[in-house]
Design a protein around this ligand. Structure first.
Ligand SMILES: NC(=O)c1ccc[n+]([C@@H]2O[C@H](COP(=O)([O-])OP(=O)(O)OC[C@H]3O[C@@H](n4cnc5c(N)ncnc54)[C@H](O)[C@@H]3O)[C@@H](O)[C@H]2O)c1
Length: 315
């Protein structure tokens, strides 16, 4: 039987959420997005995503938006009861490492409690619908930094051959420093797994590194119970920050204003790339379709276009 195609996406105006909205609308889904524009609360006026909402509305005439706050339990339960989505993609989050330590209650309420609201709403009103949760590789804390590293000319790499393909999903999430953000995300991640295992729901945590695309449609086609995948480009599509600056310089022809500090952010990884083998074994049709140079080119083209538009408005 053909499944329905109603998508509920949280954080619809965010970086990941807006792209997921566009991608699934193109695939014929009827998309309802919720976003309370908390980015503007977290990051001030520069974080305001109203302009993204404007774009989504003009690009996708059928797009339906609600400014629901995922911390509002009754609103979330009421919405899911009414909509009965066939797919839930949860990307709403407080996404900043450094900010979390200054707003621990708000960070935890959004990342952990908000996730529980959505899970419970799904369990009550659409338990068969896949629930895809955007988690993060920060759930591994700084554990990956305990792996012996080798310093190459422009990057660190794992010296231990056991990690030649990167970090796999079985890597410990325990007894390491995560940052306050890492812990609130981990709480949400484990709860998503638990709703899968305990209630037999098709939940999945995607632990992203640096993301520019998503394999969520493959998951939608063949959902599994309580899965976890590390997401990203894998070793073959990885770069260090120094290498990223060089690629940006090559594309823009402009020297980047940068300074190398021999210290990682608290709780962050010195070297990290995802071992994609589990995901590839479960979803053999999924392929990386964009190489790093293609991604950098797209970012540069997009920003040139945006800056031209801004210049025209100012003029
Ligand atoms: N962008 C990446 O490359 C990447 C990589 C790894 C993991 N992730 C994870 O994916 C998730 C989304 O990341 P992003 O980069 O799209 O973040 P983002 O900040 O761009 O988007 C999150 C959106 O959620 C909304 N939001 C926040 N609190 C809300 C609330 N209480 N109710 C409703 N909406 C709310 C914000 O307004 C924002 O538009 C995060 O959990 C992040 O850790 C992202």
């Amino acid at each position: 039987m053909e499944r329905g195609r109603i998508l509920l996406i949280t954080g619809a105006c965010g970086l990941i959420g807006s792209e997921v909205t566009r991608a699934f609308a193109r695939l014929g889904f009827s998309v309802t997005g919720i976003d309370s524009n908390h980015r503007a609360i977290f990051f001030g006026p520069d974080g305001d995503t109203s302009w993204v909402l404007g774009q989504l509305r003009s690009e996708i005439p059928s797009y339906r938006h609600l400014d629901t706050d995922i911390r509002d339990r009754d609103a979330v339960l009421g919405l899911v009861e009414k909509l009965k989505p066939d797919l839930i993609v949860h990307t709403a989050a407080q996404p900043s490492h450094d900010l979390a330590a200054t707003i621990p209650f708000l960070d935890f309420e959004v990342n952990a409690l908000g996730t529980l609201h959505l899970l419970e709403a799904a369990r009550r009103f659409c338990p068969e619908s896949p629930f895809i949760h955007m988690s993060t590789n920060k759930v591994y804390g700084d554990g990956p930094n305990t792996i012996p590293l080798v310093e190459l000319e422009t990057r660190w790499d794992y010296a231990d051959p056991a990690f030649e393909h990167g970090i796999a999903e079985c890597f410990s999430i325990d007894q390491s420093k995560h940052s306050i953000f890492g812990v609130s995300k981990l709480a949400g991640d484990v709860m998503v797994q638990e709703y899968g295992r305990y209630f037999g729901m098709p939940t999945c945590c995607l632990r992203g590194g640096c993301l520019t695309a998503t394999f969520m449609y493959e998951l939608w086609k063949s959902p599994r119970i309580a899965e976890v995948y590390n997401l990203g480009g894998g070793k073959s599509n990885s770069c260090s920050i120094v290498e990223a600056f060089r690629m940006a310089e090559n594309i823009t022809g402009k020297k980047m204003n940068r300074r190398y500090v021999d210290e990682n952010r608290i709780g962050d990884h010195i070297c990290y790339y995802s071992d994609l083998r589990k995901m590839q074994a479960h979803y053999p049709d999924w392929r990386i379709t964009k190489t790093l140079p293609m991604i950098f080119e797209e970012i540069a083209v997009g920003w040139r276009r945006r800056l031209r538009r801004l210049a025209a408005i100012i003029a």
